[in-house]
Design a protein around this ligand. Structure first.
Ligand code: TPP
Ligand code: SF4
Ligand code: MG
Length: 295
């Protein structure tokens, strides 16, 4: 497919309601380029999101999409991949959605290692609901709720990379969308990786976050050195804990780890995707009865 063929992804029925200058626009553009360059047919991609500005992505790209509840992007993403492993499944949502309301799913998805990609638009704020602090807001960040009089945000920010690395996530990276080219390379590798790939993307919210601006991200980030050992969990964790300046790039990769789909045994004896199989009602009844027996 030619790159122009991906222009069709712009043929959406909604007006894009993001603010001018929002970091969500370049993420959307880079994602289109990623799919085009990887030659993944857009018909074979599913974007799964929760609620928020970032979570509008499935509406703003002509791809298959599932837009569910706030914090609940990951469970349907795992279900979709399990039912049809031929699909490229990308769970994409905001920092509040994925780390706050969806934090528990984040933990357990890492442990299950489904072959999906999780892309978090990390603008360090709740954008959609007009600027309250999110789990990644910096200490001292002032909002309409976390006011100056109360010293702004008082707690330490959540560190998603350190958590993912410590739990042994199979691909962990951070990008800054102010650098389209590097972000594209990181996202390409994440999608190609077999297993759970997690990319935290620094994304400015130009309306509600006047602290973490494009300039701030530029001045407070640097790329991991070329000799960074992506196979070392301890090196990756050390880098992820840095917060004087935030490293960008691929922190940690574990290859050849079995996936949730493999471990579930769904495809051990039958390669036919789950969604195409006849439901064996007798087998189903037996399963339900056996579960009822165990109650
Ligand atoms: C269970 C639940 N709690 C709270 C909300 C209200 N709510 C909707 S979006 C949102 C925050 C979105 O922030 P984030 O995920 O960072 O996305 P952004 O808008 O910044 O892209 C909140 C709190 C909700 N819809 N459902
Ligand atoms: S409020 Fe922030 S995150 Fe939402 S569209 Fe505007 S700039 Fe983007
Ligand atoms: Mg946010």
């Amino acid at each position: 497919m030619k790159s122009e063929d991906y222009e069709i992804m712009n043929e959406v029925e909604y007006d894009i309601a993001w603010c001018p200058g929002c970091g969500n626009y370049p993420i959307r553009k880079v994602m289109q380029q990623v799919l085009a360059e990887l030659k993944i047919k857009f018909q074979n991609v599913v974007f799964v999101s929760g609620i928020g500005q970032a979570a509008k992505m499935p509406h703003y790209l002509k791809v298959n999409g599932f837009n569910g509840l706030h914090g609940r992007a990951l469970p349907p993403a795992i279900a979709i991949k399990s039912a049809n492993p031929d699909l490229t499944v990308i769970a994409e949502s905001g920092d509040g959605c994925m780390y706050g309301e969806g934090g528990n799913h984040f933990l357990h998805t890492i442990l299950r290692n489904p072959d999906i990609t999780m892309l978090v638009h990390n603008n360090m704020v709740y954008g959609l609901t007009k600027g309250q602090a999110s789990p990644t807001s910096r200490k001292g960040f002032v909002t309409s709720v976390q006011t100056t009089g109360r010293g702004g945000v008082t707690n330490q920010p959540f560190n998603p990379l350190a958590l993912a690395i410590s739990l042994g996530a199979s691909f962990v990276a951070r990008a800054f969308i102010g650098d389209n080219e590097e972000s594209k390379e990181i996202m390409k590798q994440a999608i190609q990786h077999k297993g759970f790939s997690f990319v935290d993307v620094f994304q400015p919210c130009v309306t509600y976050n006047h602290l973490n601006t494009y300039q701030w991200y530029k001045e407070n980030t640097y790329y991991l050195p070329e000799d960074h050992d992506i196979s070392s969990q301890t090196d990756a964790l050390t880098k992820a804990l840095e917060d004087d300046k935030y490293p960008l790039g691929i922190f940690y990769v574990r290859d050849n780890v079995s996936t949730f789909e493999e471990d579930s045994g769904i495809y051990e004896e039958d390669a036919k995707p789950l969604f195409q199989r006849e439901v064996d009602k007798k087998k189903l009844k037996k399963l339900i009865d056996s579960l009822a027996d165990g109650l």
